[in-house]
Write a protein that binds this ligand. Structure first.
Ligand code: AMP
Length: 215
């Protein structure tokens, strides 16, 4: 199964991708996670991407396409994959089509997670991430707080607010989303495999997607 998850930052793509990954035993490919790991390891890609990410800007398409070409060729993608946070621009979607044509595959469904903007801002400003790079569990101080304040339930490391989760960066990410990424909804609607779901509760969304996939 090959699935693309679309949605604004904070729409819950990561959470839903995780649930789908466990259900279908296929990898979740998050360009955001790949980039954050490159930044931590201070690789060439990480050094180039860091400033864009801190500001909440998109990393240039050429860097992203280099990452994705490599990733989609890995053996674990043969059974399928869940794309989380990619594509994020029309040129990326065009390039993805070309890569898939070369691999002789098509995507089964594009899921658009639809969340009102005020809810997105509330979610992003209350999000906390485990500072342990091997864990990176995500919490929400309002809806999913850790058992001990400020500490990860899984590994006990301190929880932090990501650099790109300051109010200014969040505003920029949302503007970037509206300008560059939201047009993908129309792009995939025209391709005929778009499934839009109101994304307020992750378990409900997950069940709706699974039901749709089984139709
Ligand atoms: P995310 O975790 O998906 O919200 O991504 C965090 C940041 O990584 C974004 O704000 C962008 O700076 C960068 N990023 C992730 N995926 C992409 C992409 N497909 N294209 C461009 N930049 C990306």
């Amino acid at each position: 199964m090959r699935l693309i998850l679309l949605g604004a930052p904070g729409a819950g793509k990561g959470t839903i991708a995780n649930l789908l990954m466990n259900e279908f035993s296929i990898p979740q490919i998050s360009t955001g996670d790949i980039l954050r790991s490159a930044v931590r390891q201070a690789t060439e890609i990480g050094k180039k991407a860091e400033e864009y990410m801190k500001r909440g800007d998109l990393v240039p398409d050429t860097i992203i396409m280099g990452i994705m070409e490599d990733r989609l060729l890995q053996p674990d993608c043969q059974k399928g994959f869940i794309l989380d946070g990619f594509p994020r621009t029309i040129p990326q979607a065009d390039e993805l089509k070309k890569i898939m044509a070369r691999l002789d595959i098509t995507q089964d469904i594009v899921v658009n997670l639809d969340v009102p903007e005020d809810e997105i801002i509330r979610r992003l400003t209350s999000r906390r991430t485990c500072s342990n790079p091997d864990c990176q569990a995500i919490y929400n101080v309002i809806s999913m707080p850790p058992k001990k304040e400020g500490l990860c339930d899984i590994c006990g490391s301190p929880l932090i607010q990501r650099d790109d989760e300051t109010e200014e960066a969040i505003k920029n990410r949302l503007e970037t989303y509206l300008e560059k990424t939201a047009p993908l909804i129309e792009f995939y609607r025209k391709e005929g495999n778009l499934f839009t779901v109101k994304a307020l509760q992750s378990q409900t969304v997950f069940k709706e997607i699974v039901k749709k996939l089984k139709e």
